[in-house]
Design a protein around this ligand. Sequence first.
Ligand code: DAH
Length: 344
Amino acid sequence: MATALEELRELEARALAELAACTDEGALRAWHGRYLGDKGQLKAALAKLGTLAKEEKPAYGAEANRVKGSLSAAYESAWEAVRERALTAELEQPGIDVTLPGRTWRRGRLHPATTILRRICRIFAEMGFQVYRSREVETEAYNFDYLNMPAHHPARDMWDTFFTTTPGVLLRTHTSPGQIHVMRAAGGRPIRAILPGMCYRNEAISPRSEIQFYQIEGLVVGEGVTFADLKGTITSFARRLFGPQRQVRIRGSYFPFTEPSIEVDIDWPADDPNRERLTKGTGWLEIMGAGMVHPKVLEAGGYDPRRVTGFAFGMGPQRMLMLLHAIDDIRLFWQNDLRFLQQF
Ligand code: DAH
């Protein structure tokens, strides 16, 4: 029968032979578990010390420690060898192929909403309009009161509003408050301005409505400005944007800040296959609200309604883009989906 010391040496020989066969990290770890781990064979061999006769103990203990040292050192160098081999293999891989085509920079572009905004601004610039920007966070006074909608005015229901935690401060629901800012900045001089910008409404999001969207407001104020000027301006604009054949139709409507108020439709080309759907069978499509500026609004802007008159209009440029490109879901604008954006 093998003596305890011989068993120790056999354990060492077996462990070293198995270690020599380990060529990757997984095998090394498994080997470690089998021999040097908490439940490994060397632990078991050390535990045997307690069962030996007193005179055998010192020699066995010394030998067990030597075997432990020997296996630990062998384990370390086996790791070294495995790492070395992995590095060599990596270095022997073929180098970079400089003849492959490089990665090209992808060129960005303007967002379609920006493009339509600029297009509309350009059309009005040709007609002598200036661009006036005003704030998106507004006071209740500018968004409603100065526009002839005092507190509790039922017309406020037309704009479902995001109020901030500061009383009287809100996200503007339309660009119309800009009319007051323009008038106050112009200080009594004649005005011909458009006011593009972002608006916010507390809407249930659907293919037709979003909680944020662009509007473009227009305002003309001066002596002798008439409804005919409004009609001519709008007609000219519609033809420049949608094509020279377009007919414009005007319907009576209601807005608190204009009197009279109108809605403006354009006829849709008879040869467009989308005509039925877009115009719900009527052939006409609404493009904006407008009207003659209400005397109270002129007063709020610091103008004397007995001396000057004005007209105003408001439109949704994203809606126009949807018409021009047969886009059927307004939510696509702010989803940042490149499949949509790259088409423009
Ligand atoms: N502010 C209106 C809205 O958001 C649009 C509008 C209608 C603006 C008539 C005007 C106007 O300036 O005259 O629904």
